[in-house]
Design a binder for this molecule. Structure first.
Ligand code: PLP
Length: 356
């Protein structure tokens, strides 16, 4: 990486700033490179991969109910491409990752938005409106993002069950790319999958485990997804080095627990500090990012000020979120630096040092 890029702080794409557990680097130091010269033999053992086997064991579900993919991005595309036909309806949250709409468009599906609403301290799913739209539209697929990107809100397990009990006649994809930042307890998943055979729960190693470049995600499937299993079969296996690094991450709970505690404390700090600043409003988030409303009029100057000082956050451009920034929660040092930069920007703004 060139020097300038190395000094940049990228808090715009929700990548982990803590990085993966040390055990992941150890895999690269060992003699595992020879794995790259051979296909895996896992398929002939009747499982997809050592990783799907491990995940099945951790979650207490049969291995056949887990599929691996090239990140959550790939799994989402596979699920939508497998199930959504031309003209079929798919429900998508109003504020959400743009990619959902893109994959629906690729299949010429009909996109139906359902509301995520701005509340007092956080955004939330309007469950009543969501269920009403579902009954009226009878979609082929429903996409729920929990926690949702960029708003950071989520559905609690009990809320999710209420929704799923009313949506038994469709395929429900739950994108849980960020869920571990809030809750690392997976004990509910086994029961959820057996109660709801129509459900697909998508997870990834990219965010919490700090392995975005590894490109591994997976889906936990209810029993009704034989079609998707066939559609996504990879007879020659997966990236064998990535599988080993992912397993090293799964073995490193202590490292990740410590990271999560630090990030949770910094989220509280952000909420407190942003909400003290005039014209700012930070929304409670259950992911590794936070949406913050900024005063109208400072957007362009703030963007330049931050960029000139190598601090990159996401300035939102979506309808309804035009005065918002989304900040990936960084390390403790990065988060304090961001607040200090913001304070010095605001002091200069008050002193009228910016030409409008
Ligand atoms: C909501 C959401 N889902 C899934 C992903 C996919 O991540 P990956 O393909 O790296 O697993 C992202 C990435 O930003 C995301 O924001």
């Amino acid at each position: 990486m060139d020097k300038e890029k190395k000094d940049m702080i990228f808090l715009d794409r929700n990548e982990s700033q803590y990085g993966p557990a040390p055990a992941c680097f150890e895999v690269l130091k060992g003699d595992n490179f020879k794995n790259l010269t051979e296909y895996s033999r896992d398929y002939s053992r009747g499982v997809k991969s050592v990783l799907s086997e491990r995940l099945a064991n951790d979650f207490g579900v049969p291995e056949k109910n887990i599929l691996l993919g090239y990140g959550g991005e790939d799994i989402l595309k596979q699920a939508v491409h497998c199930y959504l036909g031309k003209g079929d309806k798919i429900m998508i949250p109003s504020y959400s990752w743009w990619y959902y709409k893109k994959i629906a468009d690729e299949k010429k599906g009909v996109k139906i938005e359902y509301p995520i609403v701005e509340g007092e301290d956080s955004f939330y799913y309007d469950m009543q409106a969501m269920l009403k739209i579902y009954e009226e539209q009878k979609p082929k697929l429903v996409l729920i993002s929990s926690p949702n990107n960029p708003t950071g809100n989520h559905l609690e397990i009990d809320q999710l069950k209420i929704v799923l009990r009313r949506m038994k006649d469709t395929i429900v994809i739950i994108d849980e790319a960020y869920t571990l930042f809030y809750n690392s307890d997976n004990s509910h998943l086994k029961d959820l999958l057996s109660e709801f055979p129509n459900v697909l729960i998508i997870r990834t190693f990219s965010k919490y485990y700090g392995l975005a470049g590894l490109r591994i995600g997976f889906v936990l499937m209810g029993e009704n997804h034989a079609e998707l299993s066939l559609f996504s079969a990879r007879y020659l296996g997966y990236n064998r080095l990535s599988e080993k690094i992912a397993i090293a991450a799964l073995d490193s709970c202590e490292y990740y627990d410590d990271m999560r505690n630090k990030m949770a404390a910094d989220m509280d700090m952000y909420l407190k500090e942003f909400n003290k600043m005039e014209g700012f409003k930070a929304y409670r988030s259950y992911a590794n990012f936070m949406l913050v409303k900024i005063p109208a009029g400072i957007k362009d100057n703030l963007k330049k000020y931050f960029t000139d000082r190598n601090m990159i956050v996401k300035f939102m451009e979506e309808d309804g979120l035009f005065s918002h920034i989304r900040i990936t929660i960084g390390t403790q040092e990065q988060n304090r630096l961001l607040l200090n930069l913001l304070r010095s920007f605001l002091a200069k703004t008050v002193a009228n040092e910016f030409v409008h």
